[in-house]
Every structure is written in structure tokens, then in C-alpha cells.
Design a binder for this molecule. Structure first.
Ligand SMILES: CC(C)(COP(=O)(O)OP(=O)(O)OC[C@H]1O[C@@H](n2cnc3c(N)ncnc32)[C@H](O)[C@@H]1OP(=O)(O)O)[C@@H](O)C(=O)NCCC(=O)NCCS
Length: 145
């Protein structure tokens, strides 16, 4: 059975950091390895709702909701949606997204934004199935590293 919970900074030490690193590596081509301090610091952000999915004691899914108070509206940004390879296609991604959408509604978020590269077929299907639609806008980044 899969258990879902929103993590607090105090939960950091209950999470196996190898499970965490393995999930992050499935999300990005340039993964960062976490230690207890860096993970606790990540969880300690005031406007973050960090959802986790567990199978037994193992972390098998992650999804983040960042709430942003823009000048005109309270908005939400969904990031870091990932399910461990061995647990995909069991509805975990859908369940986490639905929980984040519900949380966003509860805290008064007016819309949710996310980005997903077209090559991420499963993710794009998942988001569209839940009602997300593409917006006509340019996505910019200034690299400061
Ligand atoms: C996207 C992801 C989180 C989905 O997790 P999941 O737990 O497998 O999702 P679900 O089981 O809820 O499936 C949801 C829908 O995704 C789509 N989907 C899932 N796996 C798919 C695949 N291999 N190919 C095509 N569509 C797929 C389907 O539409 C599926 O619904 P269906 O089974 O009724 O057809 C997971 O595939 C993943 O972690 N991918 C790698 C990381 C990633 O790309 N994250 C998104 C960053 S924007």
C-alpha cells in the first residue's frame, strides 16, 4: 500500500537519503546529492508544500507545490514531480497531483503553473488528463552559474 504525506523539516531525518537521491536522479540530468542539512533546508521553505509517497518505509514519489504571492494574484507552481521507475503506472503520479491541486485550492491559489519538456511523454499526458493546458508564452532563463 502507498502512503502519502506532506513533509515537514522534522521529517528529513526519517527519509533514506539514497532513496531521495535515486528519485532526484530520475528527474534531472544533473542531480544534486542531498545530505540531512540540505534536505532539511529545502523542506524549511515557508511557501513549500512537499508531498511524498512511501511504499513501506521507502520514498517512491515526490511532488512540490510552491505558493507565490504575485502582485495581482496568489499562484502556485508545481515542480519536481517524480515516481520511482519500479512504481510507475500505478496511479501514484495522478494521486500526488490531485493532492497538490486540492492543497492549492485550500490555500486560495487561483491558478497552477508547471513546465514539462515535450519529451516527457508520461508527464505531459498526466498533466493534460488533469486539465492543465499549454499556454502561449516564451519560457526564458538567465543562467547565473
Ligand atoms: C510522470 C510520472 C511522475 C508519472 O507517474 P506515474 O505514477 O507513473 O503516473 P500514473 O500511474 O498516475 O499515470 C498517469 C498517466 O501518465 C501517463 N503515463 C504514465 N506512464 C506512461 C508512459 N510510460 N507512457 C505514456 N504515458 C504514460 C498515462 O496517461 C497515465 O495514465 P494511464 O495509465 O491511465 O494511461 C512518472 O512517469 C515519472 O516520474 N517520470 C519521470 C520524471 C518526470 O518526467 N517527471 C515530470 C517532470 S515535468
Amino acid at each position: 500500500m502507498i502512503r502519502y504525506s506532506f513533509l515537514t523539516p522534522a521529517d528529513a531525518e526519517k527519509i533514506n537519503l539514497d532513496d531521495l537521491d535515486s528519485l532526484v536522479a530520475q528527474l534531472t540530468a544533473s542531480p544534486v546529492k542531498h545530505n540531512l542539512t540540505s534536505f532539511r533546508r529545502f523542506l524549511n521553505q515557508p511557501r513549500l508544500f512537499q508531498l511524498a509517497a512511501f511504499a513501506d518505509q521507502h520514498l517512491v514519489g515526490l511532488a512540490s507545490l510552491f505558493v507565490v504571492r504575485k502582485i495581482e494574484v496568489k499562484a502556485g507552481l508545481i515542480e519536481g514531480v517524480v515516481v520511482d521507475k519500479k512504481y510507475r503506472r500505478q496511479g501514484i503520479g495522478t494521486k500526488m497531483m490531485k493532492m497538490l491541486i486540492e492543497k492549492a485550492r485550500q490555500v486560495g491559489v487561483k491558478h497552477l503553473d508547471l513546465t514539462s519538456h515535450p519529451s516527457r511523454v508520461a508527464a505531459n499526458r498526466l498533466y493534460r488528463r488533469l486539465g492543465f493546458h499549454p499556454r502561449q508564452t516564451n519560457l526564458y532563463r538567465l543562467d547565473l552559474s
